[in-house]
Design a protein. Structure first.
Length: 137
């Protein structure tokens, strides 16, 4: 079997020069201003999030949460007591935040929102209290 090649979109040099610094072209041809360095985009067309599967059992969710916050490198500081996303204090809410952090840090790559069936991708921003789920790092 041969090696699979990754297809990379090609833009003309002229089109790239037409874009202002910090902009990117969306699939529909419009442009989008990139967030400032260190910021996270809050709303963009075509965004996806990774959330806990409500049908997954607690043991599976906890194991996946431990992985995401540990060796997975997810940003789990905000789901600690007294932090912005601690409430609601539920396993599903905390796992959803951790899974999404991992997924976004891995640039929403295929397979980064599975966690052994404990998670799935959604196209509507998750709503867990006042917690804002990032769409990129």
């Amino acid at each position: 079997m041969g090696t699979r090649m990754k297809l990379v979109p090609v833009r003309t040099m002229r089109r790239q020069e037409e874009l202002k610094e910090g902009q990117s072209t969306l699939i529909n041809g419009s442009t989008s201003q990139a967030p400032a360095a260190g910021e996270v985009s809050k709303t963009q067309v075509g965004q996806t999030w990774c959330v806990a599967n409500a049908k997954a059992d607690e043991a599976k969710l906890q194991t996946a949460l431990d992985y995401a916050c540990g060796e997975g490198g997810a940003d789990c500081n905000v789901i600690q007591p007294s932090s912005t996303c601690y409430n609601p204090n539920t396993l599903e809410a905390h796992a959803s935040y951790a899974f999404n952090s991992y997924y976004q840090k891995k640039t929403r790559a295929a397979g980064t929102c599975e966690f052994g069936g404990a998670a799935h991708v959604v196209s509507q921003r998750p709503d867990y209290g006042n917690c804002e789920f990032p769409t990129g790092y």
